[in-house]
Write a protein that binds this ligand. Sequence first.
Ligand SMILES: Cc1cc2nc3c(=O)[nH]c(=O)nc-3n(C[C@H](O)[C@H](O)[C@H](O)COP(=O)(O)OP(=O)(O)OC[C@H]3O[C@@H](n4cnc5c(N)ncnc54)[C@H](O)[C@@H]3O)c2cc1C
Length: 347
Amino acid sequence: MHSPTEADAVIIGAGPVGLFQVFELGLLEIKVHVIDSLPEAGGQCIELYPDKPIYDIPAIPVCSGRELTNNLLKQIEPFSPKFHLGQEVTQLEKQADGRFLIRTSQDQYFLSKTVFIAAGVGAFQPRLLNLAGIESLVDQQIFYRVKYPERFTGKRIVICGGGDSALDWVLYFADKAASVTLIHRRDDFKAAPQSIAKMRELCATGKIQLLIGQITGYETTENKLTDIVVTDIEGKTKMLPLDDLLIFFGLSPKLGPIAEWGLDIDRKQIAVDTEKFQTSIAGIYAVGDINVYPGKKKLILSGFHEAALAAFAAAAYIHPEKQIQLQYTTTSPKLHKVLGVKSPTFE
Ligand SMILES: Cc1cc2nc3c(=O)[nH]c(=O)nc-3n(C[C@H](O)[C@H](O)[C@H](O)COP(=O)(O)OP(=O)(O)OC[C@H]3O[C@@H](n4cnc5c(N)ncnc54)[C@H](O)[C@@H]3O)c2cc1C
C-alpha cells in the first residue's frame, strides 16, 4: 500500500454540494481533499446540463450548470482544496484509531478523521459497448475516454455515438487522423447544432464518413482488433477496417462501492439525521442527492444547507475540546482572514 495522505476531511464527489462543502469546512478552517470519478468538477450540473438554466439558486435569478460550477470553484479558491479527479473511491474502512482509510481506483490512499459523501446519484461511468470478449481490447484499441489525443494522430479511427462528446472528437480528429468514421444508430444527433452542421459539412466534402447502424461484431488477429462489423437498419452488414475505436454512449451513474461500506442505505440512498447529516457511522456525513431523511428534496439549495450543518458537526467531532461559534462572513475578522479578504469598516 502506498503511504496514505493524512487529512481532517475527505469529500467524495465534486458536484455542487461537494464543492459547497469545501466552502463550509473552509470557513471552519478544515482543509479538504476532494475525489471524483469524473475528470471535471461539477457533478450533474456539468455532466447532464452544463448549458441549461437553473432558476432556483437563492439570489442568483438564473445561471447555467457550468456558471454555477465555475462560481462555486471561484468561491472555494481561498481554501485551496486538493482535487483528485478521474478516480472513483472504491473502499472506505474505519481504522482502529477511529480514522477512515479511503482507497481510490488509482490506488491512492487517504487516512481521514472525517468523510463527506456527496456522491449524488453515484459515480458516473461510461456506458459500455456490449460485445462479448472485447474487455482485453479496452484501453488498447477501444476507448471510452480520450486521455491522450496525440495517440490517435495518423490512425484510422472509428467514433461511435450521437452526442456532444462523439461529435466534438469527430471534429477534432477530422484533420489529424488518417481517417474518421462516425457510427450512430440513427441519423439524428443530440449535440450542439453548430457541431452537427460542421459534421455534415465534413461528410459532404468526404473528409469524414458517416455510417448509420450499430457495431455487431469484430475481427481480431493475434489479439489485435483489425475490423468491426457494422449492421445497418435494414440488417445489411459491412466490415470496416480500423486502428482504434472510440465509444461515446454517454455516462450513467452507479452507486457502486458505496453500498458496501456498512452504512444504512435506504433504496440506494444513505440515511442521515437532520441535525448533523451524519450517517449510521459517526464521522461520516452524507450531503446532497445521495442522502435521505424525512422530507428530503433533491435540490441544490437543500444540499447547501446540509453542507453547512455537516461542517459544524464535523468541526465539533474533529476538535471536541473547541467551542465552535457561528460567525457572519460580513462582520467576522476571523472569517475575513480565512477568506483572505479585507475587513470592511462599519460606521
Ligand atoms: C436535467 C437536470 C436539471 C436539474 N435542474 C435543477 C434545478 O434547476 N435546480 C436544482 O436545485 N436542482 C436541479 N437538478 C438537480 C441537481 O443537479 C442535483 O440536486 C445536484 O446536482 C446534486 O448535487 P450533488 O453534489 O449532491 O451530486 P451530483 O451533482 O450528482 O455530484 C455527485 C458527484 O459524485 C461523484 N461520485 C459518486 N460516487 C463516487 C465515488 N464512489 N467516487 C468518486 N466520485 C463519486 C460523481 O461522479 C459526481 O460528480 C437538476 C438535475 C438534472 C438532471
